[in-house]
Design a protein around this ligand. Structure first.
Ligand code: GDP
Ligand code: IMO
Ligand code: MG
Length: 424
């Protein structure tokens, strides 16, 4: 398979992990390029559930190489725990199938504490972060005060650099009224994690280039979603990395002209976890999905906010990511509905909008304009062929792909690998 960038085309949790797992079969290498353990990618293999936070979802397919790229921020303790958890479930994780970029930045406990403190201070204006320290870690990267994996695995340098960082951050924590951190216990726990991770740490940019030259095909696993992008999302209710397709290049060192296609993943409806505008939010659909035991966050367990499919947003996602192919997941979530709404435009300030206003207050006031579709009212989760899908479901899928201006290439009707349909 050609080099493929996979992105979430909504607000995260689109089912990227499941689609990555399906597409990994045709790839040699899977690379995470941004975000950190704020991500939670769920994959079911033979009934076993795996939730990946930092390790690429490709790890579940034997013989594939997984790479955590330079654009990712890594909590080393979290990563060690994740690797151990995978090994307990019988997944092989060795330096032959997992590489970590030596220039990826490290997340520290002061990042998490600052994340938490800033949220508390924002009160009702909080972002609703995952409290994994992602914003402060990327903040340090931009401020050029961050430590990288290459520093973590160099004991003498790490100790000296960390001492300075802890001193400065403890002053900030004290100013927030939070407890300062103990340098010695932090150092000890990070030294232990460094020892475990050292065999995986490498120059991944050079490795990816050499693999590419040998003809390897690379799948870039996006985390979060288009509208959580630091530049193109609903700022400030976003994460701190570029979740859109460009992030795959900067976060891996593989240049744009080596990319062959972009796959956008969407749910057949919309969800969002955390604060910020969600124009098509709808209590009825949220109650229905939560009642089915669905749409609880894979990382924090928070109930996700739910709404109708928003083609204004997904069309914009096609624009900023260059989406070629669309993978629609969770179609089965709509199986019982009599009528299904799809947002085709917004109305606000006396105008009809076909893109998201950048003014966050205006976006919060947008009223969706809906087109109604008849429901198919039958279970789709056992369907394996496009032609076996109810005609109304096929019409719905074609309509949302047309509105998104992307080619419908995959449909998912359940969390399992086999619950995937290639449209005919
Ligand atoms: P990601 O962050 O984009 O990888 O998505 P998450 O794993 O956070 O959330 C997606 C959820 O939907 C997970 O619980 C998946 O197992 C589940 N899922 C993915 N595709 C389907 C589908 O087609 N049908 C159903 N019922 N569940 C799905
Ligand atoms: P995956 O990869 C959904 C959201 C948080 C919050 C905002 C900022 O599983 O799709 P952060 O902790 O990043 O500073 O939080 O972004 N968020 C996600 N929402 N899926 C994710 O990842 C997310 N990662 C962060 O809920 O609103
Ligand atoms: Mg998720």
């Amino acid at each position: 398979m050609a080099n493929t960038i996979l992105v979430g085309a909504q607000w995260g949790d689109e089912g990227k992990g499941k689609i990555i797992d399906v597409l990994t079969e045709q790839s040699d290498i899977v690379v995470r390029t941004q975000g950190g353990n704020n991500a939670g990618h769920t994959v079911f293999v033979s009934g076993q559930k795996y939730v990946l936070h930092l390790v690429p979802s490709g790890i579940l397919r034997p013989g594939k190489l997984c790479v955590i790229g330079n654009g990712v921020v890594i909590d080393p303790l979290g990563l060690v725990e994740e690797i151990e958890g995978l090994r307990r479930l019988g997944v092989k994780v060795k330096s032959t199938n997992l590489m970590i970029s030596e220039t990826a930045h490290v997340v520290f406990p002061y990042h998490r504490l600052l994340d938490e403190q800033r949220e508390v201070r924002k009160g009702r204006h909080k972002i609703g972060t995952t409290k994994r320290g992602i914003g402060p870690a990327y903040g340090d990267k931009a401020a050029r005060t961050g430590l990288r994996m290459i520093d973590l695995v160099n004991p003498a340098r790490f100790e000296a650099l960390l001492k300075l960082r802890v001193r400065e951050n403890n002053e900030v924590l004290r100013a927030f009224g939070a407890r300062p951190l103990s340098f010695s216990s932090l150092l000890k726990s990070y030294q232990a994690a460094a020892k475990s991770l050292k065999p995986f740490v490498a120059n991944t940019v050079i490795h990816l280039h050499e693999a590419g030259r040998r003809g390897a095909s690379i799948l870039f696993e996006g985390a979060q979603g288009t509208f959580l992008d630091i530049d193109h999302g609903t700022y400030p209710f976003v994460t701190s990395s570029n979740t859109t397709a460009g992030g795959a290049c900067t976060g891996s060192g593989v240049p744009p002209h080596r990319m062959d296609r972009v796959v956008g993943v969407v749910k057949a409806y919309t969800t969002r976890v955390g604060e910020g505008p969600l124009p098509t939010e709808n209590k009825e659909i949220a109650d229905m999905l939560h009642g089915m035991g669905r749409e609880f966050g894979a990382t924090t367990g928070r109930p996700r906010r739910c709404g109708w499919f928003d083609s204004v947003a997904t069309h914009q996602a096609t624009m900023v990511n260059g989406i070629d192919d669309l993978a629609v997941t969770n179609l089965d979530g709509l199986d019982t509905l009599e009528k299904i709404q799809v947002c085709v435009a917004y109305r606000v300030a006396g105008k009809r909008w076909t893109h998201l206003p950048n003014d966050i207050d205006l976006l919060a006031r947008c009223q969706p304009i809906y087109r109604e579709f008849p429901g198919w009212r039958q279970s789709t989760s056992e369907v394996r062929e496009w032609k076996q899908l109810p005609a109304k479901a096929r019409e719905y899928l074609k309509a949302i792909a047309d509105l998104t201006e992307a080619k419908l290439s995959l449909v998912s009707i359940g969390p399992g690998r086999e619950q995937t349909i290639v449209p005919g």
